[in-house]
Write a protein that binds this ligand. Sequence first.
Ligand code: UD1
Length: 416
Amino acid sequence: MDKLVIEGGVPLTGGIDISGSKNAALPILFSCILLSESCTINNVPNLRDIHTTIRLLNMLGCSCFYEEHCVHVQPGALVPEAPYDLVRTMRASVLCLGPLLSRLGKARVALPGGCAIGARPVDQHLKGLELMGASFQLEGGYILGHCRRLKGTHVSFDMPTVGGTENLLMAASLAEGETVLENAAREPEIVDLANFLCACGANITGHGTSVIRIQGVTSLHHAQYAVMPDRIEAGTFIVAAGITGGELLLRNCPFHELEAVVRKLRSMGMEISATPVGVLARCTGPMRATDVRTQPFPGFPTDMQAQIMALMCLAEGASVVEESIFENRFMHVLELMRMGAQIKVSGHTAMVRGVRQLTGAPVMASDLRASASLVLAGLAARGVTDVRRIYHLDRGYEQIEHKLTAVGARIRRVQE
Ligand code: UD1
């Protein structure tokens, strides 16, 4: 198993290219199940979750292969079964449910279990598909779904769910008549998925708002599409500039999609500006404490909570973090405390009292964004930090150690 060894204390300076968004690429790849013609998707990050999705798509009969940030997809005879072995490694696999029901009228998809950051049920996905005419049974840990052609209807989600909105958006694209999704999630990755489907001939309006209207069409055709850049990767590198007292230019950075993050980081003392060549992020003075509550987009993203907490550990004063999306998403806290951070957790709230210095220590990554926060803390800490279990990091950050080395970080991957 690989680990990252970081010698902290170097202010990072230079330019970094932001990769394509993992969370936009995954639903776009699953939506290829809906297509009757070939397609090419560009700017796909080279990540473990992407390769898991490609393996699953090939098992489902949708043949595709990865070549230099590009996925070529060729439709084939579909098979309705997504096996547990793949689904358990990536919860987003449940996104094949809507497209399979839409194309085949049946699907057998392993029920994704809980994960490190909470229970993460899929009841809203199933409720929406049921309203469209599907029926489900649970058998041996698998969701068995059946339907005739799905029918357009009104679906009102109990909470804005990103995956639920995506599953329904895909299913409704080939359904009969109009589907209206109310209380839909507004994340930019949903807008990217809808834009891809529209490029293939789908009829969707309202994406990016909480009411999305989809007029079903009978087939979807060829398209060439480039995935949006990754706002969470970009946000993580902005924090890297702040926590090391450096200056980074982020090329291909989705600035507008980062508004809530930029606002918070500016209030902590960072200078962040959009320039014609990219987003410039720097830190010239001490950081100040702030308070953060995670919320659905356009609020502060839960996927940036662990990273901003690393910065709060070194800010002057006391910060409060409230996690309102997922239970159990403070697993980075104990590891940060092993590096000298002062944090108290009570339920969904963490109180962070800034310290002058973190010190390097062996730490254990527990999930994707928790891993990023430990890398950030390691970049700022005095001494050497070993971040173990970095397979989590490899699910979501493309070549992180190479990107960081290029801007001056002393970081290397070591096989244990
Ligand atoms: C997606 C992102 C993930 C991000 C999250 C919230 C991908 C691959 N993953 O995850 O990185 O952290 O959005 O921005 O894009 N819920 C239910 N029932 C459901 C569905 C969701 O109760 O049927 C709850 C969840 O437990 C959670 C909340 O709704 O508390 C939001 O979850 P959701 O937006 O669905 O997250 P994901 O799509 O799993």
